[in-house]
Design a binder for this molecule. Structure first.
Ligand SMILES: C[S@@+](CC[C@H](N)C(=O)[O-])C[C@H]1O[C@@H](n2cnc3c(N)ncnc32)[C@H](O)[C@@H]1O
Length: 289
């Protein structure tokens, strides 16, 4: 991936460099505005890719390979693997966002655009939604999908790493990240960046797989995700490995209370979470200071 330039004029303004229908790559800022140094592992040079311990520098590439591989079948697989329930989780997130006409929204790790598609009508022509993702295959599918549905006027697409966002401080009214945070190498940096780009009082929403509250449900879910999911991945997408990574990455992700603590350390206030489907998924909400 080539990072060519930084965005000096943010998207969603008439003269912006990024408009619906184009992808913009953004240079990494040399220094983050508000870095948080919370060690996720003892050795900052090592991290997890699923259950594997890998060099930190390799994780972005490995995660990139997964999403390049699944991009074309991503939406179909989401519906198949969740029985369509992911749509209800996403609708719940939108309901909690408080997004309204005129708002600027950033959908981080937005992938194929499920949240952007729901939020664009809510912000209207006076607002905008920026769909940002590190992976150009996912972004391309998302851009085509939204364009096919006629959602173009108030949506911008930016290729960017959640850990180093190419947006000014205090720019957005709402930042969402759905099923993206667990793939990010330094989650603490991504949370700090979300906090930085939000206006004071702005809402951050993290929708992510979490820890089932009931042990029996946990057992059933383990069985499903380690035995059934990779097989469906193999049959439908000819890709068992990516769906094994999905199951492992879910298990390595911080549980509800740990993620809430991380959000507080990143600077958010009034942090809370909602368990969905018995805690298989949790929606975390925080308010920017
Ligand atoms: C499971 S998909 C979720 C897509 C979408 N948000 C949804 O809910 O359907 C995870 C997305 O996170 C993106 N991603 C992974 N690491 C990222 C990073 N460091 N910065 C931005 N996006 C990232 C992937 O490219 C992928 O599109």
């Amino acid at each position: 991936m080539v990072w060519t330039r930084s965005i000096t004029q943010p998207p969603c303004q008439p003269s912006a460099t990024t408009t619906a229908g184009s992808l913009t790559s953004a240079a990494m800022p040399a220094r983050m505005a508000s870095p948080v140094t919370v060690a996720a592992m003892t050795d900052r040079n090592k991290t997890h890719f699923g259950y594997r311990e890998v060099d930190t520098d390799d994780k972005v590439r490995l995660v990139g390979e997964v999403f390049h591989s699944v991009a074309r079948r991503y939406d179909l697989m989401n519906d198949l693997l969740s029985g369509g329930i992911h749509r209800l989780w996403k609708r719940f997130a939108i309901e909690l966002s408080g997004v309204r006409p005129g708002h600027r929204v950033l959908d981080l790790a937005g992938g194929t655009g499920d949240l952007a598609k729901l939020m664009a009508p809510k912000v209207g022509d006076s607002g905008c939604v920026v769909l940002a993702d590190i992976n150009d295959s996912m972004l391309s599918v998302g851009r085509d999908r939204l364009t096919d549905r006629g959602i173009t006027r108030n949506v911008g697409f930016v290729q960017a790493n959640a850990e180093a966002l190419p947006f000014p401080d205090r720019y957005f009214d709402c930042v969402t990240i759905a099923f993206g945070l667990r793939n990010v190498t330094h989650k603490d940096n991504a949370l700090a960046e979300m906090c930085r780009v939000l206006k004071p009082g702005g809402v951050a929403l993290v929708l992510e797989f979490s820890k089932p509250r009931n042990p029996l449900l946990g057992k059933l879910y383990d069985n499903y995700s380690f035995h059934v999911m990779p097989q469906i991945g193999k049959l439908v997408a000819d890709d068992e490995e990516s769906y094994r990574y999905l199951a492992e990455s879910i298990r390595m992700h911080p549980d509800q209370d740990t993620l809430k603590d991380m959000m507080e350390r990143a600077g958010f206030s009034r942090c809370e979470y909602y368990n969905l489907t018995g805690g298989i998924v949790a929606l975390h909400k925080g308010i920017a200071p």
